[in-house]
Write a protein that binds this ligand. Structure first.
Ligand code: FES
Ligand SMILES: [Fe+2]
Length: 360
């Protein structure tokens, strides 16, 4: 089950260089991305309407795309503009196009009804385009359903176990403290203090230094995680239990992550990490990404193993415990949105019948 009427991250900007045809699958739909001469990106159905050859094996001719099976040529609008050996182009010879927005180094594609493609729904990544931050990026492919990755990100209790020796830094507080959870328009804000913690090893701080760590993140539809971590002198959490409002942190780190379903049991996870340029270096941010890389493999190992057990447990129900509050709330939010779209037939009948032009 997928939410169709929403924006999804299809790629990092740097993954769509001029002249390349980039194949993607999102919500089981094959899509080809390419950059036009004006620098904007087009997204077309990666399936020639003639005999279904993938257009990502085609040839770019200016802003047009030629299928390299039998040579039909399509404009960036998806319209067929040339058929070898015949002058007349029958009506309806076209491929679907998808609205595209490139923002914050992410290429967002709208998968649903074009008439509903509201750009204001796209969340802003933290620091991706801000010269005051040094940011680096990474990506991981999962053989698991996207909701299991959402669950993982919505409950940082797992830092004390899955990441016991990495992100959790051997602190039992991750399992003991309850986060503050607040509703957002299309998601949840989840925040908590971890008291008397060690500084993350990638931070440019004195080794062995102890701090109170405030971690606050927004997790928004359709699966975007936006986390800011600030480090404060030990004792700050007791003085400011609801968060370090207006306090200057000793150190800050940020991460933005997007979960994009490929199919029912395949998902791509794209993440950044960074720190304010005033106290970070390229090296400290590289170390942060390396440490994320190790930790996120720990998540992947656990979640893919969990997916296998789920596959072998038909008819069994999972439990919801106290620390699953945000997991349950976000699952309900997604389920309600998916339900409101109706069945595939209802979606098809309510979507725009007009040929669609990709936005820049
Ligand atoms: S499959 Fe594309 S032109 Fe025939
Ligand atoms: Fe994790």
């Amino acid at each position: 089950m997928f939410l169709h009427n929403w924006w999804y991250v299809a790629a990092w900007s740097h993954q769509v260089p001029s002249g390349d045809l980039v194949a993607r699958k999102i919500l089981n739909e094959p899509i080809v991305l390419y950059r036009k001469n004006d620098g904007t990106i087009s997204a077309l159905e990666d399936r020639c309407c003639h005999r279904f050859a993938p257009l990502s094996r085609g040839r770019l001719e200016g802003d047009d795309l030629r299928c390299m099976y039998h040579g039909i040529k399509f404009a960036a609008s998806g319209e067929c503009i040339e058929i070898p050996g015949q002058d007349r182009i029958p009506s309806g010879v076209s491929v679907r196009t998808y609205p595209v927005v490139e923002q914050d180094r992410w290429v967002w594609v709208w998968l649903g009804d074009v008439a509903k493609a509201d750009v204001s729904l796209i969340p802003r990544a933290i620091g991706h385009e801000d010269p005051n931050y040094i940011i680096d990026t990474g990506e991981l492919a999962y053989e698991a359903n996207y909701q299991l990755i959402h669950d993982n990100l919505l409950d940082l209790t797992h830092l004390g176990y899955v990441h016991e020796n990495t992100l959790g830094r051997n602190n039992p507080e991750w399992g003991r403290t309850q986060p503050i959870v607040e509703p957002l328009r299309h998601g949840l804000r989840v925040a908590r203090w971890i008291r008397n913690h060690t500084v993350p090893p990638y931070m440019p701080a004195p080794p062995g230094m102890r701090i109170d760590q405030w971690s606050t993140y927004d997790f928004v539809v359709p699966g975007v995680f936006l986390l800011t971590t600030t480090l404060h002198p030990v004792g700050t959490a007791d003085l400011h239990p609801h968060g370090p409002i207006d306090l200057q942190p000793l150190y800050t780190s940020v991460t933005s992550q997007a979960v994009t379903p490929v199919g029912e049991k395949a998902t791509v996870y794209r993440y950044s990490g960074g720190q304010p340029a005033k106290h970070a270096t390229e090296e400290s941010v590289r170390a942060q990404l390396a440490s994320f890389g190790v930790a996120f493999l720990e998540d992947k190992t656990m979640i893919e193993a969990q997916q296998k057990v789920i596959d072998h447990s038909p008819g069994k129900w999972m439990m919801t415990l106290g620390f699953d509050r945000s997991v349950a709330q976000f699952r309900k939010l997604m389920a309600d949105l998916i339900h409101s779209e109706g069945s595939p037939e209802e979606r098809r009948s309510s979507s725009s019948p007009e040929p669609v032009t990709a936005a820049g």
